[in-house]
Design a protein around this ligand. Structure first.
Ligand SMILES: [Mn+2]
Length: 420
């Protein structure tokens, strides 16, 4: 049973007293002679800074820039190639390792991984499997052979400068130690100023949804507290009032961002909430009190997807604030994305998610994107990766539309019309 299930069911059927009772039984079962924690003392096991591996997970190599000019590094040997050969990076993109590389290369988008181990999410392998060319291939041949998307006719791989920026530093055992480092990492990428007056856009591949907290806070470090709009795709509301005593979990980043004053409730739009494990009516009341907008599946059922999508786009246009897209893959129906930590039937179809993702990345002032909760090893068909890679491509396609200065809901005229 995961945190969300536990909390939602406890809240819904009034099991909180039973949980408290279970804790008391646990305490009573512990013999006094082996109780090593004095009453009133925090049960903390101290870390050992003398351990030679204490900070190697976040210590940057001294020689990372030695013997080379700053800028993206193409690690592929040949001018072009097929998806199943070469060195696996996200979409076979060039690599960048430092903010100087991003600056020197005028990099529009830096894609990087972030695992947050702990929080009921072990190693998810989300980022590495997104690089893996033989797991659910998306046919983007590289170099001279890059192909356009057949809705805009644009080839984002050539129109944008996109790199694989490696992975954010995350502790192999502690979510708490990782969160401040991810925040700094995001802020460092988003802080890179480009000649065109824009900044590099970080795209974070997770990893659990606790990432939403350091990802959004890192963006507010650059764009200002209270100055960020979040489009939050999720089956779950992620505003749980509790989290086993932990400050940030996959179940509460929305509440923590609002309570911390980083993002205003009215600047959050949630899409796709459903099912018994999402939230309860007190959570819905919290949303309403704090001014969040939400488009639950019940609304989609009643009004239809097109009407809801039009409302989302109107809400996004009305705001105009720098936009962060938080895409929890469990918003998709498990038929399309079974490889997530908390699948919930009755979700978005790919054909619904694709145009909205493309339009958001084209028509909002998007400054950051995260795709989280990937757990490809629980999806033996790797359909999850196929679909999520495709959605990431649609976002990049949208960014190419924006960079080309093309209009609202843009389609290439030759592609929607056969000319007859
Ligand atoms: Mn989530």
């Amino acid at each position: 049973m995961n945190l969300r299930t536990l909390l939602a069911s406890a809240a819904l059927v009034g099991l909180m007293p039973a949980l408290a009772m279970a804790q008391n039984f646990g305490a009573a079962d512990t013999p006094e002679e082996i109780d090593m924690i004095d009453e009133g003392v925090e049960p903390v096991i101290r870390l050992n800074p003398d351990d030679p591996t204490f900070d190697i997970w976040k210590k940057i190599r001294d020689d990372i820039s030695d013997g080379r000019e700053p800028g993206p590094i193409n690690v592929q040997r040949f001018v072009g190639g097929t998806p199943w050969e070469g060195i696996p990076t996200f979409f076979h993109l060039p690599v960048a390792l430092t903010p100087k590389d991003l600056k020197a290369g005028e990099v529009d988008v830096a894609i990087f991984g972030a695992e947050l181990i702990g929080d009921m999410r072990a190693r998810t392998f989300g980022p590495q499997e997104m690089r893996n060319p033989h797991r659910s291939e998306v046919y983007r041949n590289w170099g001279a052979f890059a192909m356009p998307e057949l809705d805009t006719g644009l080839t984002w791989a050539n129109d944008l400068t996109v790199v694989d920026y490696g992975d954010a530093p995350t502790h192999p055992m502690s979510i708490d130690l990782s969160i401040p480092e991810v925040r700094k990492f995001v802020a460092q990428v988003a802080g890179v100023e480009l000649e065109n007056g824009k900044r590099t856009i970080p795209i974070i591949i997770g990893g659990g949804h606790a990432l939403m907290y350091p990802d959004a806070v890192g963006l507010t470090d650059v764009y200002g507290k209270g100055n960020l709009q979040i489009i939050h795709f999720d089956a779950h509301a992620d505003q749980a009032p509790v989290g086993f005593g932990f400050a940030v979990t996959h179940g509460n980043p929305v509440r923590k961002l609002v309570e911390g004053g980083f993002v205003k409730g009215e600047d959050i739009i949630q899409i796709g909430l459903r099912g018994p494990n999402s939230t309860d009516l007190s959570g819905v009341a919290w949303n309403r009190t704090n001014g969040l907008r939400y488009h639950m599946f019940a609304e989609i059922e009643v009004r239809g997807w097109q009407a809801v999508m039009d409302d989302v786009m109107a809400e996004v246009h009305a705001s105009g604030k720098p936009t962060f897209i938080s895409f929890d893959a469990d918003v998709l129906d498990p038929a399309f994305a079974a490889g997530v930590s908390t699948p919930e039937p009755g979700g978005l179809y790919m054909r619904e998610a694709m145009p909205l993702m493309r339009r958001l990345c084209a028509e909002s002032n998007v400054v950051g994107v995260e795709i989280v909760e990937l757990r490809p090893d629980s999806d033996p068909g790797y359909t999850t990766l196929l679909n999520v890679k495709s959605l990431l491509r649609q976002c990049l396609n949208g960014m190419a539309v924006a960079k080309a200065g093309l209009g609202e809901n843009y389609y290439h005229p030759d592609i929607i019309d056969d000319g007859k």
